[in-house]
Each structure stands twice: as structure tokens, then as C-alpha cells.
Design a binder for this molecule. Structure first.
Ligand SMILES: NC(=O)c1ccc[n+]([C@@H]2O[C@H](COP(=O)([O-])OP(=O)(O)OC[C@H]3O[C@@H](n4cnc5c(N)ncnc54)[C@H](OP(=O)(O)O)[C@@H]3O)[C@@H](O)[C@H]2O)c1
Length: 242
């Protein structure tokens, strides 16, 4: 259905990443599932014997990435899809400016993505094939009062992905940025929001959209709403306090 033979999903132990692994493995793709919580990855692998290979890894261990990338590719037997789904969004109070939390978001959401997707870029540029997917967010469309650094990391990721797309599309590589809206996962459990998207449904849409290079919202209504929001003058946006 999706047409991938070998994939790596980074951030595969919960939420969208876990559901991406389920959809891919269910579709016959051999998947390397990467995250820190090995027990969760092993439970996921047990659902799809021989199809899911678990790898314990902290994405902030940047120096380990090149060798691990090579090892995973060798164990899979090939590679045509890399999805970076790892991310953190700690709760941040309105009057909180906590450098440790901010740094963690930059380290995982941006630097980890660069460490992994640079490796994917090198390989796919050489093979003149492959698909790279980065999970951004509607939260990256504007700087909001509630989550300054999370917003910034998602905007940074989208800009990095756009630049990769501009470099690699000419070489036959697909580069896809997906910007989901609120989705029910561990990350958002503390928000107690109603009407969030289901992680499995979001994963399915991500894989469908991965078939063509570009930047995508998960919902058409998000595309309309965030195109308007993005073009609001800054002073007016500030008064909305969203
Ligand atoms: N949920 C939403 O509403 C929403 C909306 C838009 C975009 N997003 C984005 O979608 C992506 C997936 O989020 P989610 O909602 O599915 O969250 P989630 O359920 O909390 O999953 C986050 C994943 O990232 C991994 N991760 C975090 N820190 C890591 C580290 N240092 N090293 C390795 N892996 C790490 C976690 O694994 P371990 O803890 O096992 O390492 C987990 O597998 C994130 O980039 C998020 O920003 C989420």
C-alpha cells in the first residue's frame, strides 16, 4: 500500500512513531524502531515477528548516530524510508523560562533530527532514491506565548527540511515535512484537550502524504486556518493571545 521495503522510525516507542511502525510493518515493511525505552520497542517487535527490529538509543547521543545508522541499514538489508518522529514538549508555565527544558527541546527536536537526517541525506543522495520524513507541527507556524521554544524547534525543523528538499529533490530523493495538529499521545496527555486526532489515523495520513515531496498539514482545515494565522500581522496576533 505504502510501497516501502525497509524503514527506520526514530521515536518509535509511543505515539505517532509507534503507530507508524505498526502501519509499516503491517504493510510488509521491515522496520527498525529506535527510541530509549527498549521494553516498549521489544513489545512492539513482538507484535510483528521478524518485521520490527528494536534499537535502544538516545537521540542526544549525536556521536553514536553515524555508526548506528550504518549498523541498522546493514541489519535491515536496505533502506528506502527514514522518519524522524522523536520529540519532547515538557509543560511550560506562562512565567517560566527554564533553560534546561528549553535545551532538551532543542537537543531532541532539532539537533537529534539533524544528526539522523543528515545520515539519511548522505545515503539517499548517493543511492539517488529514498524518502525522508520529519514530523513538524502546526505549533511551528507562529511564536506563541505558551511554548516559545517548542514553537521555535518546530519552525527550525521545517526550515531545515525545506532546505534538504531543495538540495535532494533534484537527486531523486523525496523530502516530506508533516505538520500535525493536536493528537492524543503521551506528549499531549497532560493537556486534557477534547477532539484530538487519533495517533493511528495521523500515522496513516503521514504515510500517505510521504509519497510526494512537500510540506503538509494533516487536516485540510489546518491548512486553511494556519495559512490565515501565519499571515496575521504580528501586533494583531499578540492581541489574540493564542
Ligand atoms: N501529539 C501532538 O499533538 C503533536 C502535534 C504535532 C506534532 N507532534 C510531534 O510529533 C512527534 C511525535 O510526538 P508524539 O505526540 O507521538 O509524542 P510521544 O508519544 O511522546 O512520542 C515521542 C517519542 O520520542 C521519543 N524520544 C523522546 N526523547 C527521546 C530521546 N532523547 N531519544 C530518543 N527518543 C526520544 C520517545 O521515546 P523514548 O521516550 O522511549 O526515548 C517517543 O518514542 C514529535 O516530534 C512531536 O513534537 C506531536
Amino acid at each position: 500500500m505504502y510501497g516501502y521495503s525497509y524503514a527506520i522510525v526514530i521515536g518509535a516507542s509511543s505515539g505517532m512513531g509507534e503507530e507508524l511502525v505498526r502501519h509499516l510493518a503491517g504493510d510488509g515493511t521491515k522496520v527498525a524502531a529506535v527510541a530509549r525505552r527498549l521494553d516498549r520497542l521489544e513489545a512492539l517487535a513482538a507484535e510483528f515477528p521478524g518485521k520490527v527490529l528494536p534499537f535502544a538509543h538516545d537521540v542526544t547521543d549525536y556521536d553514536a548516530v553515524p555508526a548506528l545508522f550504518q549498523e541498522i541499514t546493514k541489519q535491515l538489508g536496505g533502506l528506502d524510508l527514514v522518519i524522524y518522529a522523536a520529540g519532547v514538549m515538557p509543560a511550560v508555565g506562562e512565567r517560566e523560562f527554564d533553560f534546561a527544558k528549553d535545551k532538551q527541546m532543542v537537543d531532541v527536536n532539532v539537533s537529534g533530527a539533524i544528526a539522523w537526517l543528515n545520515q539519511a541525506s548522505i545515503r539517499f543522495e548517493n543511492t539517488q532514491s529514498g524518502t525522508i520524513v520529519g514530523i513538524g507541527s502546526v505549533a511551528g507556524e507562529r511564536g506563541r506565548y505558551a511554548q516559545p521554544v517548542y514553537n521555535m524547534t518546530k519552525a527550525a525543523l521545517a526550515t531545515y527540511m525545506e532546505a534538504l528538499r531543495n538540495r535532494l529533490c533534484k537527486k531523486g530523493v523525496r523530502v516530506v515535512t508533516i505538520k500535525p495538529g493536536p493528537t492524543a499521545t503521551e506528549m499531549t496527555a497532560h493537556l486534557h484537550m477534547k477532539g484530538m486526532m487519533d495517533a493511528s489515523k495521523t500515522a496513516e495520513i503521514i504515510l500517505k502524504k510521504s509519497r510526494k515531496s512537500g510540506e503538509y498539514f494533516v487536516k485540510f482545515t489546518h491548512k486553511i486556518a494556519f495559512t490565515i494565522i501565519r499571515n496575521f500581522p504580528s501586533g494583531l496576533f499578540r492581541k489574540l493571545k493564542v
